[in-house]
Write a protein that binds this ligand. Structure first.
Ligand code: PHE
Length: 478
C-alpha cells in the first residue's frame, strides 16, 4: 500500500524513473558534442573512469541517504545532521534553477516535434522560415512562452499524479519507447553513405587533447558526468526515499550509470553520423540540437526526412520530460515532507502547482532573451551590466553572464551541484561514517560486496574529484 509520501510499485519502476531522470538533454545533446570536441575516445575514457570511481559512489550515497531517512533532501540532512541542512537547501535550489532553463529548452524541443508532425502531413511546420527557423524562434516571444508553458504543464501534470501513479507510470512506458526510437534512428543513419565519418569523429582515439589540456578534458567530463547522472541536488536521494527496503541499492547504483552512459553513447552514434552523412558541420552548443539537426532532416528530404525528424525530436522530448519531472519532484517532495512532519496531509497537488508556478516565473527571462543574441524582448545579463553584443563577439563578456541560461547554469551546475556533492561525500566518508551506507545496503539481506572500494571513493576520490570540478567550473565561468 502506498504510504502518504508515496512509493515505487516495483524496482523496475524505480529504475525506469531513475534512468529516466539521468537520461535527458545532457545525454542526447551535451554528450555527443562534448565528446567530439574533447578528443572523442580520450574523453570517453576519462568519462568512464570518473563515472566508475566518483559517479557510482555518489549515486549510492544519495540513494542510501534517501532510503535510510525516508526523506527528501532537506529532511534527510535534518535527520542526519541538522548543521548541514544547508546542503539540502543548496541541492533544492539547484534543481529549481536547472528546471527553469531545462523547461525552456524542453519547450523548444516540443515545438520542433510539432513542426515535423505538421510537415509530415504536408503543412509548413516552420512558420515560413525553413532551416532559418531556430534564429527566428528565439526572437518570437509568443512561441517561446507558449511552448515553455506547455512543457511546464506536462511536467506538472505528471508530478501531480504522484510517485507511482504519475512518475513511475509515465517513465515505465516512456523509457522503453525512447530506447526503441533511438535504435530505429541509429540503424537508419548507419545505412546512409558518409555516416562513417561521424563514428570516426566520435571514436577515433585522439590523445592530443589529453596532452594539451588534461585539466580541461577532466573538468568537462566531470561536469557532464554529474549533470548527466542527476547527482548533487538530491533528486536521487528523493527517488531513493521511495524505494522499498528489500531492494538492492548497490546493484541499482551501478545499473543507473550504466544505462545513462549507454544511451549517451547511442545518442552520439545517431547525432554525429547523421551530421556527417548529410553534410552538416558538427557544430556545438544549442546549434547542434536545433539548427544542425534541422538541416540534417531537411537534407534527408521528403517524407522520410520529416518522419525521422519527428521521431528524433519526440525521443528528445521524452528524455527531457522524464528528467524534468525528477527535478520538480525533488523540490515538491521537500514541501510534502514538511507538511507530513507537521502532522498535516502532504498536499502534493498544491505544492506541485506552487513550485511549478514559481519556477515558470524564474525561467521567463531564459525564454525571452534569445539566448543572449542581443536586442531581444528581455535583455541578457551582460546587456543589463552595460556590455554590448559587440563586446560579446569580441570575447569580453564572461560566460556566466552571456545569457540567462548560462547564468542559472553557472550557479546551479557550476557551483551548487559540485559543492553539495562534495560536502555529501565528505560527510559520508568522514563524519557519518561509511557505516550509514553499509547498513542501508545490507538492509534487504544483501551483501555489501564492494565495501572497501566505496570507502576509498567516499573518503578520497570523490571529494578530491569534486574539488577539482568546482575550481574548474568557477574558472571557466568567469
Ligand atoms: N540528467 C539530466 C540530463 O542529462 C538532467 C538532470 C540534472 C536531471 C539534474 C535531474 C537532475 O539531461
Amino acid at each position: 500500500m502506498e504510504n502518504k509520501r508515496g512509493s515505487w510499485g516495483s524496482n523496475f519502476g524505480f529504475l525506469m524513473a531513475a534512468v529516466g531522470s539521468a537520461v535527458g538533454l545532457g545525454n542526447i545533446w551535451g554528450f555527443p558534442y562534448k565528446m567530439g570536441s574533447n578528443g572523442g575516445f580520450a574523453f570517453l575514457l576519462v568519462y568512464l573512469l570518473l563515472a566508475a570511481f566518483v559517479g557510482v559512489a555518489v549515486m549510492l550515497g544519495e540513494l542510501a541517504m534517501g532510503r535510510k531517512t525516508g526523506q527528501s533532501t532537506v529532511g534527510a540532512y535534518k535527520q542526519l545532521s541538522e548543521k548541514f541542512v544547508f546542503v539540502g537547501y543548496f541541492g533544492t535550489l539547484c534543481g529549481f534553477l536547472i528546471l527553469s532553463f531545462y523547461s525552456v529548452l524542453g519547450g523548444m524541443v516540443l515545438r520542433y516535434a510539432i513542426g515535423y508532425l505538421i510537415a509530415m502531413f504536408g503543412g509548413d511546420g516552420w512558420a515560413g522560415q525553413g532551416t532559418g527557423f531556430f534564429g527566428w524562434l528565439l526572437y518570437d516571444s509568443g512561441s517561446m512562452l507558449l511552448f515553455y508553458a506547455l512543457f511546464s504543464i506536462i511536467t506538472l501534470v505528471i508530478v501531480m499524479g504522484g510517485v507511482k501513479g504519475g512518475i513511475e507510470k509515465f517513465s515505465s512506458v516512456a523509457m522503453p519507447a525512447l530506447a526503441a526510437l533511438l535504435l530505429i534512428i541509429i540503424i537508419y543513419i548507419a545505412c546512409q553513405p558518409g555516416a562513417v565519418d561521424g563514428y570516426k569523429f566520435v571514436f577515433k582515439p585522439n590523445f592530443e587533447p589529453l596532452k594539451n589540456d588534461f585539466f580541461g578534458v577532466l573538468k568537462t567530463a566531470a561536469g557532464q558526468m554529474f549533470f548527466s547522472l542527476s547527482l548533487g541536488m538530491g533528486v536521487m536521494a528523493t527517488y531513493g526515499s521511495y524505494l522499498d527496503k528489500k531492494e538492492n541499492l548497490q546493484k541499482n547504483a551501478v545499473i543507473i550509470p550504466f544505462f545513462d552512459t549507454l544511451i549517451a553513447l547511442m545518442a552520439a552514434c545517431a547525432v554525429m553520423p547523421a551530421c556527417a552523412a548529410f553534410g552538416v558541420d558538427f557544430g556545438a552548443g544549442p546549434g547542434l540540437l536545433f539548427a544542425s539537426m534541422q538541416t540534417v532532416f531537411a537534407n534527408m528530404g521528403g517524407f522520410i526526412g520529416n518522419l525521422m525528424g519527428f521521431l528524433f525530436y519526440f525521443l528528445v522530448l521524452i528524455a527531457a520530460v522524464t528528467s524534468s519531472i525528477s527535478l520538480l519532484e525533488g523540490t515538491v517532495a521537500v514541501l510534502n515532507d514538511r507538511n507530513i512532519a507537521k502532522g498535516k496531509e502532504p498536499a502534493r497537488k498544491k505544492n506541485s502547482l506552487i513550485i511549478a508556478g514559481l519556477i515558470f516565473i524564474v525561467g521567463i527571462p531564459v525564454a525571452l532573451d534569445a539566448l543572449g543574441s542581443g536586442g531581444a524582448a528581455v535583455p541578457a545579463p551582460y546587456e543589463l551590466l552595460g556590455f554590448t553584443v559587440e563586446d560579446l563577439g569580441a570575447g569580453l563578456v564572461p560566460v556566466a553572464i552571456d545569457c540567462w541560461l548560462d547564468l542559472y547554469d553557472c550557479l546551479s551546475e557550476g557551483i551548487f551541484m559540485p559543492l553539495g556533492a562534495m560536502i555529501m561525500s565528505i560527510l559520508i566518508g568522514w563524519v557519518w561514517g561509511t557505516k550509514l551506507v553499509k547498513e542501508e545496503v545490507e538492509a534487504g539481506g544483501h551483501t555489501y560486496k564492494a565495501a572497501k572500494f566505496f570507502e576509498i571513493c567516499f573518503k578520497f576520490i570523490a571529494p578530491i574529484g569534486l574539488l577539482i570540478v568546482l575550481i574548474a567550473q568557477i574558472q571557466s565561468f568567469f
